[in-house]
Design a protein around this ligand. Structure first.
Ligand SMILES: [Zn+2]
Length: 76
């Protein structure tokens, strides 16, 4: 079951310039890196990480809280 309405996923897609989450996921589903966002409330740091990243280091808040958009969506 995909989760396309997660607030962090919406923020990540918009930060990357997409109006629709589905367009964002389609463009990044098959790439070797994928945009990731920090899951900490109040920290919306984004960067490109491995598509299956679940606990990447956030350079903004210092926590292992970076998740790829594909993981947030439940595609991986
Ligand atoms: Zn952060």
């Amino acid at each position: 079951m995909f989760n396309l309405s997660h607030p962090k996923l919406l923020t990540l897609a918009r930060t990357e310039g997409y109006a629709e989450v589905t367009d964002f996921l389609e463009d990044h589903a098959l790439e070797s890196v994928a945009p990731a966002i920090c899951m900490v409330p109040g920290c919306d740091h984004t960067t490109d990480l491995e598509p299956d990243q679940r606990a990447g280091f956030c350079e903004a808040c210092g926590r292992p809280s970076m998740k790829s958009g594909l993981v947030i969506a439940g595609m991986i």
